[in-house]
Design a protein around this ligand. Structure first.
Ligand code: ADP
Length: 192
């Protein structure tokens, strides 16, 4: 396994991205960068970003790109991100994906793999209702899944078209999913 590892996690709300990204980040010793978590913290602390993002997150809409692009640039420029990272929740639409490609080029970083956690729709809704986060009520869940299908699913095609997509069956026991993900990252070839 090489020294720097950049991984992008894709998957619908409830697919298990957050849990798996956290575990894999510990395994790889790289930061887990969750945009959803960044927004939730900002909202809880009532920062300017939080106040601006709140109504979108509460409704299950995507926060506008202008509130997130600079934030990603700053986060990936920090020293702990130079040895790799796992992005969870970004990119979430095609314009964020092409922004990220340019940014990584500019920062002389790269994403090694894009992993898509696949979980059937009916399983997603059940999981989200059981999870019970503040934005996990029935109406918001419905809207988040719709936004996912309309805006985020095309990101899967974006990476598939570029030959970078790895699909992983997320409808299994969490530890089985983790094992599959570890197999993928262990097989990442050295860049040099
Ligand atoms: P989930 O995977 O359950 O949708 P996240 O924690 O990834 O949860 O995101 C929660 C909310 O944060 C989203 O519904 C959206 O409002 C906002 N959000 C997170 N990442 C992005 C992003 N890259 N662009 C726009 N909005 C985002």
């Amino acid at each position: 396994m090489k020294n720097e590892t950049g991984l992008i996690f894709l998957g619908a709300p409830g697919a298990g991205k957050g849990t798996q990204a956290q575990l894999l980040a510990e395994f790889l010793q790289v930061p887990h960068i969750s945009t959803g978590e960044i927004f939730r913290n900002a909202i809880a602390q009532k920062t300017v970003l939080g106040l601006q993002a709140r109504s979108y997150v509460d409704k299950g809409e995507l926060v506008p790109d202008e509130l997130i692009l600079d934030l990603i640039r700053e986060r990936l420029s920090q020293s702990d991100a130079q040895k790799g990272w796992i992005l969870d929740g970004f990119p979430r639409n095609v314009s964020q994906a092409s922004f990220l490609d340019e940014l990584l080029c500019e920062l002389n970083q790269s994403s090694d793999y894009v992993v898509n956690l696949e979980v059937p729709d009916e399983v997603l809704t059940t999981r989200l209702l059981l999870r019970g986060r503040k934005d996990d009520n029935e109406q918001t869940i419905r809207r988040r899944l719709q936004v996912y299908r309309e805006q985020t699913a095309p990101v899967i095609d974006y990476y598939r078209d570029r030959g970078r997509l790895h699909s992983v069956d997320g409808d299994r026991l969490p530890e089985e999913v983790t094992e599959s993900l570890k197999q993928i990252v262990i097989s990442i070839p050295d860049r040099d």
